[in-house]
Ligand binder design. Sequence first.
Ligand SMILES: *[C@@H]1O[C@H](CO)[C@@H](O)[C@H](O)[C@H]1NC(C)=O
Ligand SMILES: *[C@@H]1O[C@H](CO)[C@@H](O)[C@H](O)[C@H]1NC(C)=O
Ligand SMILES: *[C@@H]1O[C@H](CO)[C@@H](O)[C@H](O)[C@H]1NC(C)=O
Ligand SMILES: *[C@@H]1O[C@H](CO)[C@@H](O)[C@H](O)[C@H]1NC(C)=O
Ligand SMILES: *[C@@H]1O[C@H](CO)[C@@H](O)[C@H](O)[C@H]1NC(C)=O
Ligand SMILES: *[C@@H]1O[C@H](CO)[C@@H](O)[C@H](O)[C@H]1NC(C)=O
Ligand SMILES: *[C@@H]1O[C@H](CO)[C@@H](O)[C@H](O)[C@H]1NC(C)=O
Ligand SMILES: *[C@@H]1O[C@H](CO)[C@@H](O)[C@H](O)[C@H]1NC(C)=O
Ligand SMILES: *[C@@H]1O[C@H](CO)[C@@H](O)[C@H](O)[C@H]1NC(C)=O
Ligand SMILES: *[C@@H]1O[C@H](CO)[C@@H](O)[C@H](O)[C@H]1NC(C)=O
Ligand SMILES: *[C@@H]1O[C@H](CO)[C@@H](O)[C@H](O)[C@H]1NC(C)=O
Ligand SMILES: *[C@@H]1O[C@H](CO)[C@@H](O)[C@H](O)[C@H]1NC(C)=O
Length: 428
Amino acid sequence: MSSPSATLLKLAAVFLILFTLVESDDSNRGHRKVCIVPSCKDGSDDAPAVLRAFEECGNHGRVEFLNETYYIESIMNISGLNDVEIDLKGTLLWGTNITYWLNNSMPMGYQNQSTAWILGGDRISFQGHGYGTIDGNGQVWYDFIKGASNYPRRPHAITVYGTTNSIFEGLRFVQSQMWTMTVIHSSNVLLQDIYVSSTSNSSTSTVNTDGCDTIYADNITFHRWEVHNGDDGISPKANSTNILVTNSTFIGGAGLALGSIGQYNGVFETIENFTATDCLFINTTHAAYLKTWTGEQVGYPPNGGGGGIGYIKNVLLSNLTIHNVELPMSYTQCINFAGASGNCNSSLFKISNVTFSDIQGTAKQEPIVSLQCSAAAPCVNTTIEDVAGLALTNGTLMKGYDCDNTVGTFGFNCTGHTCDKASGDGTC
Ligand SMILES: *[C@@H]1O[C@H](CO)[C@@H](O)[C@H](O)[C@H]1NC(C)=O
Ligand SMILES: *[C@@H]1O[C@H](CO)[C@@H](O)[C@H](O)[C@H]1NC(C)=O
Ligand SMILES: *[C@@H]1O[C@H](CO)[C@@H](O)[C@H](O)[C@H]1NC(C)=O
Ligand SMILES: *[C@@H]1O[C@H](CO)[C@@H](O)[C@H](O)[C@H]1NC(C)=O
Ligand SMILES: *[C@@H]1O[C@H](CO)[C@@H](O)[C@H](O)[C@H]1NC(C)=O
Ligand SMILES: *[C@@H]1O[C@H](CO)[C@@H](O)[C@H](O)[C@H]1NC(C)=O
Ligand SMILES: *[C@@H]1O[C@H](CO)[C@@H](O)[C@H](O)[C@H]1NC(C)=O
Ligand SMILES: *[C@@H]1O[C@H](CO)[C@@H](O)[C@H](O)[C@H]1NC(C)=O
Ligand SMILES: *[C@@H]1O[C@H](CO)[C@@H](O)[C@H](O)[C@H]1NC(C)=O
Ligand SMILES: *[C@@H]1O[C@H](CO)[C@@H](O)[C@H](O)[C@H]1NC(C)=O
Ligand SMILES: *[C@@H]1O[C@H](CO)[C@@H](O)[C@H](O)[C@H]1NC(C)=O
Ligand SMILES: *[C@@H]1O[C@H](CO)[C@@H](O)[C@H](O)[C@H]1NC(C)=O
C-alpha cells in the first residue's frame, strides 16, 4: 500500500502528464497564426495584401480570405509554404490588363509557358468549401488570342510548384486565362471536388484552356472534378507517375490526354501508372487519348519540337461513360509543329501496357479506337474489353478498330488502318 503522500505525488504526476499533453495539443493549435486578408474594396490591386498574409502566416499558419471579391492585378509568387491552411470563401478575380500580364507572367517551368500565380510548399491545405472561386476573367484572353495556339506569355491561372503532402479541395476555377492548373515538381497531392469552367460566351476559341496538367509529378490524385473547357481535361505530361483520376466529369473539351510528350529532342520522359476510373465524358473529343511528338524536331516548344524519347506505360482506363464523343479512344504519334504535317512513323517514344475496360455510351462516328503508332516504335500490349455496348448516337452498335503498328492486341482485332495525318486524331 502506498502512503497518502505517495498517492498524492502519483496523482500530481498524472495530472502533470495530462496537463502537459493537453497543453502541447493546445499550443500546436494556438501557434497556428491566422492572417485574414483585407480587401481594398475599391477595385485596386489586392495582390500585395495576399502576399503579405502568406509572408506572415506561411509557416504553421492559416490564411483566410473573406467572402468578398479580391482584385488580383499583379503576379503572385508564393512558395516555400510550410504547414499552411488556406481558406477561400470569396472570389479572387484576375485583372484584364493584357499588356501587364504579357510583360510580367512568370515562367512555369516547362514548354516556355507562363503563369499568373505560383503557389507551393509542404503540407498546404487549400479549402474552398465548394464556393471559393478563382476567376481568371478569361473571356478577354479568348477574344484577344484569336485562336492562336500557346500564345506567348498568355498566363496560366495557377501553377502548383514544388508542392508535397498537400490537399486542394472544394475550389471553383472559372474563365481561366489559359491552362487552369499545372502541378509541377510535386508529389503526394490530393485535389478533390474541383469545378473548372472555361467557356467562351462569343464564338472565340478556348484553345489551351486545359483543366489540369501534371509535369515532374508523382502520386497526384484527382477525385470528383468537373471540367467544362475547350482543351485537355486532365493531362499527365513529362514524368508523371502514379496519377489517379476518379469520379470526374468532362464536358466539351478533349477528355483525358496522356501527353503530349516527346517534345524535347533526345530528352527522356515518361508517363507511368496512370489510372482513370468511374468518369463521364459529354461532348468531348475523346474519353482518353495518348499523344506523342514525331521523331524529328521541327521548331521549338511550345508550338514546335519533337524527337523526344521515353515511354508511356501501365495505363488503366476503366468504367468510362461517354455521350456524343467524337473518337472514344486514340493514340497518335503524329504531334508536330503547328500547321506542319509530320512523319507519323518516326517517333521512338514507346507506348505499352494500356487497358481500356468497360467503356460505354455513344459516339458520333466510327471507329471505337484509332491506334496510330509509329513504325519506328510500335505500341505494345493494348487491351480493349467490355466495349460491346458502345453505339453511334443513332443507336447502331460500333465495330471499328483502326490500328497501325500495334503489337499485342487483347480483347479485339484490328479492322482497318488509321488516318495518317498530322492532327492524328483519326477523325478524317
Ligand atoms: C457571400 O456573400 C454573398 C453576397 O454578400 C452572399 O449572397 C453569400 O450567401 C455569401 N456566402 C457565404 C458562404 O457566406
Ligand atoms: C496596363 O499595364 C501596363 C504595363 O504594366 C501599364 O503601363 C498601363 O498603365 C496599365 N493600364 C492600365 C489601364 O492600368
Ligand atoms: C500519395 O499521396 C497521398 C496524399 O494524396 C498520401 O496519403 C499517400 O501516402 C501517398 N502515397 C505514397 C506512396 O506516398
Ligand atoms: C466513386 O464512385 C464510386 C461508384 O459510384 C464509389 O463507389 C466511390 O466511393 C467513389 N469514390 C470517390 C473517391 O468519390
Ligand atoms: C524524367 O524521368 C526520367 C526517367 O526516370 C529521368 O531520367 C529524368 O531525369 C527525369 N527528368 C526530370 C527533369 O526530372
Ligand atoms: C508503377 O506501379 C508499379 C506497380 O504498382 C510499381 O511497382 C512501380 O514502382 C510504379 N512505378 C513508379 C514509377 O512509381
Ligand atoms: C461507373 O462510373 C459511374 C460514374 O460515371 C458510376 O455511377 C458507376 O457507379 C460506376 N460503376 C461501377 C461498377 O463502379
Ligand atoms: C452536348 O451537345 C449537345 C448537342 O450539341 C447539346 O444539346 C447538349 O446541351 C450538350 N451537353 C452539355 C452537357 O453541354
Ligand atoms: C500493366 O499495367 C497494370 C496497371 O494498369 C499493372 O497492374 C500491370 O502490372 C502492368 N503489366 C506489366 C507487364 O507491366
Ligand atoms: C506484353 O504482354 C506479353 C504477354 O502477356 C508479356 O509477356 C510482355 O512482357 C508484355 N510486354 C510489355 C512491354 O508490357
Ligand atoms: C447510323 O449511322 C451510321 C453512320 O452514319 C449508318 O451507317 C447507320 O446505317 C445508321 N443506323 C441507323 C439505324 O440509322
Ligand atoms: C481475333 O481473331 C482471331 C483469329 O481470327 C480469333 O480467334 C479471335 O477470337 C478474335 N478476337 C476477337 C476479340 O474478336
